[in-house]
Design a protein around this ligand. Sequence first.
Ligand code: HEM
Length: 144
Amino acid sequence: MSRNKPASTTMVKVENIDFSHQDIFSVVDSFYRQVAQDQLLKEPFKSVQDWPEHIERLTHFWWIRFGGQPYMFSQYNPILKHFYAGFNRKLLEHWLKLFHKVLDEKLTQQQANLWKEISAVMGQGLNARNEMLKKQHQQQEKNQ
Ligand code: HEM
């Protein structure tokens, strides 16, 4: 369900670099089509029942992360979702490698480089929070 979905040519600016809604969609769409077939990533992503819906949600996630106006009802809870998906450093490195390849294929070099930096920093943050959750979880299991 979407309201006022931006036109594909609508732009957001991140650190003075323009991204159209179509730029973001085309990266997310190509990336998750590959994730769905990927030997390492398809297993943790088996929770995804509806890939087109996932691609819509993740396009929206990046659109608002890049400063665009929200146009879908969506709440994101990546820390817990990743924890239950078995997120770890090895999967993260593979995810980032594939994501960065798609960025190089779909975007200008300037756009790709900026998005690579942003995704690498987010990946570090996700990993740190995930390690904390893992420790808490192990501690709780010991206490039981
Ligand atoms: C920088 C790296 C990554 C970013 C920025 C990222 C971002 C996100 C975001 C924003 C969501 C949506 C969360 C929500 O719906 O509440 C999501 C969902 C998910 N991600 Fe990631 N992710 C990353 C890496 C990974 C890795 C390495 C894995 C492998 C375990 C992974 C597996 C998943 C799964 C399984 C979902 C849930 C899909 C569902 O809705 O069922 N992600 N990710």
